[in-house]
Design a binder for this molecule. Structure first.
Ligand code: UD1
Ligand code: CA
Length: 452
């Protein structure tokens, strides 16, 4: 069920597309469902902002049912009758509860089958059950679920809550679903009322408790969402710690679910590793670095405050502090990029260095090259981007501007502060700057006095 608006989040985005653990909430639920049944047996009920929700998860191959008007969770299942009524067993998942484990869904299904029940709900004992539907039992049987707003003071004390995950016998559900009514606090068709409806019809309604109440938590409010996010992040950190990665103060780090990190790599506090980032073994990622969709070899050192996006880094490279690597940066083995160096779409060869204050864009830089402080590749003429080629062993003196398209031949030497507008042949010395003019000290003094 993913058709609701999520009013309590006060957002212009639909609730199920809000992100926790870097993925839309609904994407987590679908991924888990797919571990239990194939995509063709999954039906996502969409309604609020339906097209956006559909688009966001369509690649999974699941089916969609449109609940054009959202008149409650019971109504969602009424709308899905055509799609679902042929199934013997229908498992209902809440699109806003992303921590559910595949194993728990399997247990719910198996228990339901073993009990030969009409309806089985997954329940949990919560210390703070406020807001959840409460399970009203008569021994092993469930008599009813009462929503917070309709619960009596006595029922509000019940700590066993309805998780919003259910297994139904398909025929029993659709034989009785029309008995749901909207006579309740929200004027909606509550799916939870099916417990009472089926119980009164003499059908068997039972509940199975999860061993980990954490996995049924929903995300109705921003606070709940942030709690889910923190749980997912921490679980990822635990997985990495287990795999031999050291993470100092893991609760300060943001590490996405698909990130891979090799053993003996050390991650300092306040690091973000995002998207499909892969980091080798024996690396050190120092504080305040943000690395997205990048691949780092072994023994790479990333000093504080380095920002990296869609880049590749060879083994033993040293980056930062404060290097800004934009998409398409490829750093060779043992190469260095230092502070306040910005790169974009470049190849930096093995052991080459650009240690201070540079912009290197659209450039192919060979091996063993030294790029002096303040070097700029002028890659943009206002209309088009042009390429700079710097061959192996070149020395670029500080404060040089290389006006692309331009090629610096192997082993050439660019004198400091040169503005290079033509190709430089191999092994040449290029010096392109105004020659210094000095004045006699007395005249210089006079000049100062004149100005004053
Ligand atoms: C629901 C249960 C409550 C349970 C809680 C667990 C009902 C009436 N109450 O409350 O007993 O403790 O989940 O998290 O079911 N949805 C639709 N169509 C609709 C309305 C909702 O698809 O017309 C979807 C929502 O997008 C959401 C899910 O159903 O993913 C649950 O709806 P929500 O409004 O969050 O129900 P809760 O108030 O949390
Ligand atoms: Ca909810």
């Amino acid at each position: 069920m993913a058709a609701g608006k999520g009013t309590r989040l006060k957002s212009k985005h639909p609730k199920v597309l809000q992100e926790v653990g870097s993925k839309p909430i609904l994407a987590h639920v679908i991924a888990t469902a797919q571990k239990v049944v194939p995509a063709q047996d999954i039906f996502v009920i969409i309604g609020h902002d339906a097209e956006r929700v559909r688009e966001a998860v369509a690649a999974t191959g699941v089916n969609f049912v449109l609940q054009a008007e959202q008149r409650g969770t019971g109504h969602a299942l009424m709308v899905a009758r055509g799609a679902l009524s042929a199934y013997d067993q229908i498992i209902v998942l809440s699109g806003d509860a992303p921590l559910i484990a595949a194993e728990t869904i399997r247990k719910l299904s198996a228990f339901h089958t073993a009990q030969n029940a009409a309806m089985t709900l997954l329940s949990a004992d919560l210390d703070h059950p406020f807001g959840y539907g409460r399970v009203v039992r008569q021994g092993a049987r469930v008599q009813a679920i009462v929503e917070e707003k309709s619960a009596t003071p006595q029922q509000k004390k019940i700590r066993e809550i309805n998780s919003g995950f259910y297994a139904f016998a398909g025929p029993a559900l659709y034989e009785h679903i029309d008995r749901l009514s909207t006579a309740n606090a929200h004027g909606e068709y509550y799916l939870t009322d099916m417990a009472g409806v089926l119980h009164r019809a003499g059908k068997k309604v039972v509940a199975i408790k999860t061993s980990d109440p954490g996995e049924v938590l929903g995300s109705n409010t921003r606070a709940e969402m942030m709690d889910l996010d923190a749980r997912l992040r921490l679980a990822k950190c635990r997985e990495l710690l287990e795999a031999g990665v050291t993470i100092f103060y893991p609760n300060t780090c943001v590490i996405d679910g698909d990130v891979e990190v090799g053993a003996d790599t050390v991650i300092e506090p306040f690091v973000q590793l995002l998207g499909n980032t892969k980091i080798g073994a024996d690396c050190r990622i120092r504080s305040y670095s943000v690395i997205g969709n990048s691949v780092l070899g072994d023994r790479v050192i990333v000093k504080p405050g380095t920002i990296m996006e869609d880049s590749r880094v060879g083994a033993g490279a040293v980056l930062g502090p404060y290097t800004h690597m934009r998409p398409g940066t490829e750093v060779g083995e043992g190469a260095h990029l230092g502070n306040f160096v910005e790169t974009k779409k470049i190849k930096l060869g093995k052991r080459s260095k650009a240690n201070h204050l540079s912009y290197l864009g659209d450039a192919e830089i060979g091996e063993g090259v030294n790029i002096g402080a303040g070097t700029i590749t002028c890659n943009y003429d206002g209309m088009n981007k042009h390429k700079t080629i710097i061959e192996d062993g070149v020395f670029v003196g500080s404060d040089s501007t290389l006006v692309a398209p331009v090629k610096i031949g192997r082993g050439a030497y660019i004198a400091a502060a040169s503005c290079i507008t033509e190709d430089v042949p191999a092994d040449a010395l290029a010096l392109a700057r105004a020659s210094p003019k000095t004045c006699r000290r007395t005249r210089w003094r006079l000049g100062v006095r004149d100005k004053a």
